[in-house]
Write a protein that binds this ligand. Sequence first.
Ligand SMILES: [Zn+2]
Ligand SMILES: [Zn+2]
Length: 240
Amino acid sequence: MIRKDAWLQPWRGLQRWLLPLHCLLCGARGERGMDLCTACAAELPRNRCCCARCALPLPVPAALCGECQRHAPPWDAAWAPFRYGWPLDRLESRFKFGRDLAAGRALATLWQREDMPLPKPGLLLPVPLHRARLRRRGYNQALELARPLARQLAVPLRHDVLLRSRGTAAQTELDAVARRRNVRGAFAVRHGIALPVHVAVLDDVMTTGATLAECARVLKRAGVQRVDVWALARAPSPRG
Ligand SMILES: [Zn+2]
Ligand SMILES: [Zn+2]
């Protein structure tokens, strides 16, 4: 598949040579081919101690969080290499709400540098945005993060398999119960697509997990045996 912006690559190379990378957080010189300095990149909170099933950050090592012990989520395993906190939240909101694609590229590069702790899926599906929101924002932040990661891991990526069947209110202001209700029935799987036995659904930030849970449910209903959920960052709030 030829990327829409493939013609821009030589220009970007030239731009990098003419304008050295600078850190998006502190303005120092960027390092290792990224718009972040080594010190700021090291400050991003890693999600090393977390629930094996839902990636919820845990204060002390434990196999599963309390919520997963009580009620298993509809997905099989989760991977969220970072915690949603300062300064990652600043980069994420610039990327998501400020049309700052350089911040998105830095986040994607950081994700690419993490080791994948789960078996490789047969297909990677970014959480789709509703048409109206996609038009307003101009890009789907989940797809922008998924593309370089899929390329690096050599996992096929499809953004036309998981469909948003209706628009939903922004999840940000809702509590866990309202989030679940908000996304119920919001996704569908395109008919006539042969799906592999194991897929992963990718979102930028996982908060209560309501959106990813709904995606996992429709994929399992469509016959997928194993659904993993991947997110760049996991918010430290309990799963609802
Ligand atoms: Zn910096
Ligand atoms: Zn859990």
